[in-house]
Design a protein around this ligand. Structure first.
Ligand code: FAD
Ligand code: SIN
Length: 505
């Protein structure tokens, strides 16, 4: 199959669907999605979407909290766009019928999460992403100009004359090529590069690797966010226990039933995720026993009503969320880095745009504020549309390095991404978890980089692991989600900049 569409979107999470909702008015849209269209990180999002809509809040306050979480590396212009446009696009979601929880006055109920100084998180119980996905999907699926190719995995971007003009995909059959005037990468995150992750199986970082292979610049890959509270039961996936639980009063306790967070962090249970995660690991090392989330002091009926999805997952594991201590440990959750973009979602490769978790817009800096990710996907998915409509012009993008002419070049199927290798990928995940995880140091990073470099010829996941590990080895300081035990302080003099990479195809 070799077809043409005006616009190609790769991925059907919040970013891809929000872009599709507007693009369809301007031409034909093809969405490639590698599983069922609703299978995405978006579909699993629990806590909510942050927006400064409360009477005691303002975009200025949201800006300040986002900048503080980013630990000196946020792009101020991008953050301003996020918090200001965010209000508009969240209001639009409400107009489109998003059934967020309401308070007694009928206004959206606002939840609290770590490192937010005020309540500003809109939510649909504890399944916010599913509700947002439902609203966006119902708009997109009804539009005859949008064609969705399910179970179709993009493996390579098509590049001609240093411009992205489509993608090659496989679908279990013969696969094919879709050419388009503009391409949007919306492939989401990469939690699956770690053995312990909250992310579903689709989150393998394909977009960042494809973009890197095609010559787009990637940045900030060393900044990985580890969520403190994943359900920690032997042999079970690390199901997320939303930060909203702690936002509503849940405690972290040790095996003796003592709250321990205040001994480590002034912000207690609601300090930023990197601080809470490291405090938990330190407490486990100190006591030699696990730590738990406890809601035993809260009204059990209310707990079950407010968090039905999490309560059901706990019940399936033989635990009562409201009455039992729930064993927790940190797990890889979110990649702050990705394909570098400007504030219109343009990458450094003409014709290629990126939005959502695959992108590095600079809104998160070194660490993401809770519930800012759905917001980023929504805002930059929508903003990508204007850039995708603009007529092609080499050199228009931010910081583009256009290499001189040369013959027409295609990245053809012969060079396509190597097939998934379950055994090798299992090894990659283990190495990433032990050497490039929550606590890093040169003596473990250096051999990991070497090992991953060797494997990278055989696996996409290893390529991504290699890029993350190499950036982590390079950054000789600790900041945000990147903690080096051998250089534990932040070093603004030498390191207040981004580590970016570009591959020459
Ligand atoms: P995704 O929603 O992940 O969508 C990516 C899409 O790309 C999928 O359709 C996938 O199948 C497709 N895809 C991937 N690779 C390919 C390929 N090669 N070819 C074709 N298709 C491909 N953030 C918040 O702000 N608030 C929350 O409450 C929250 N809770 C979370 C809870 C969990 C358990 C997880 C895992 C994340 C949570 N996050 C939350 C983070 C947030 O959900 C994600 O960052 C966000 O949804 C990403 O949206 P996206 O559109 O960029 O990507
Ligand atoms: C959560 O509900 O804890 C996840 C929120 C997020 O990742 O922003």
């Amino acid at each position: 199959m070799h077809e043409r569409s005006d616009f190609l979107i790769i991925g059907s999470g919040i970013a891809g669907l929000r872009a599709a909702a507007d693009l369809a008015a301007h031409g034909t849209v093809t969405i490639l999605t590698k599983a069922d269209p609703t299978e995405s990180n978006t579909g699993y999002a629990q806590g909510g979407i942050a927006a400064a809509i409360g009477v005691e809040d303002s975009p200025e306050e949201h800006f300040a909290d986002t900048m503080a979480a980013g630990d000196g590396l946020c792009d101020e212009d991008a953050v301003r766009v996020l918090v200001e446009d965010g209000v508009t696009y969240v209001q639009e979601l409400l107009e489109w019928g998003a059934a967020f929880d309401r308070d007694a006055t009928g206004q959206p109920a606002l939840g609290r999460e770590g490192a937010h100084r005020v309540r500003r998180v809109l939510h649909a119980r504890d399944a916010t992403g599913r509700e947002i996905g439902r609203v966006l999907w119902s708009r997109v699926a009804a539009d005859p100009r949008v064609r969705v190719l399910r179970h179709s995995r993009a493996t390579r971007l098509v590049v001609r004359n240093h411009r992205c003009e489509g993608a090659i995909f496989e679908d279990g059959g013969r696969g094919g090529t879709i050419e388009a005037r503009s391409v949007l990468l919306a492939t989401g995150g990469a939690g699956q590069v770690y053995s312990d992750t909250t992310n579903p199986a689709i989150a393998t970082g394909d977009g960042a690797v494809m973009a890197w292979h095609a010559g787009a610049r990637v940045a900030d890959l060393e900044f990985v966010q580890f969520h403190p509270t994943a359900l920690a039961l032997e042999g079970m996936p690390r199901f997320l226990l939303s930060e909203a639980l702690r936002g509503e009063g849940a405690w972290l306790i040790n095996a003796d039933g003592e709250r321990f967070m205040s001994r480590y962090e002034r912000g207690g249970e609601l300090a930023s995720r990197d601080l809470v995660s490291r405090a938990m690991v330190t407490e486990v090392a100190r006591t030699g026993r696990p730590v738990f989330l406890s809601l035993q002091h809260l009204d059990p009926d209310w707990v079950h009503r407010r968090f039905p999805t999490i309560a059901a997952a706990c019940q399936a594991a033989g635990l009562d969320l409201a009455r039992d201590p729930i064993p927790v440990s940190p797990a890889a959750h979110y990649l702050m880095g990705g394909v570098e973009t400007d504030i219109c979602a343009r990458t450094t490769l003409p014709g290629l745009h990126a939005a959502g978790e695959v992108a590095c817009t600079g809104v998160h800096g070194a660490n993401r504020l809770a519930s800012n990710s759905l917001l980023e996907g929504l805002v930059f998915g929508a903003r990508a549309v204007q850039a995708m409509l603009a007529p092609p012009a080499a050199g228009e993008m931010n910081n583009v390095r256009v290499v001189d002419g040369g013959p027409v070049e295609w990245l053809l199927a012969a060079e396509a991404a190597p097939p998934a290798r379950p055994d090798l990928d299992h090894e990659v995940r283990k190495v990433m978890w032990t050497a490039v995880g929550l606590i890093r140091e040169e003596r473990a990073l250096a051999p990991a980089v070497e090992q991953l470099a060797t494997w990278s010829r055989r696996s996409n996941l290893a390529t991504l692991g290699y890029l993350i590990a190499r950036a982590a080895l390079r950054r000789e300081e600790s900041r945000g989600g990147h903690f080096r035990a051998d250089v534990p302080s932040r070093d603004d003099l030498n390191w207040r900049f981004h580590v970016a990479e570009k591959h020459s195809p």
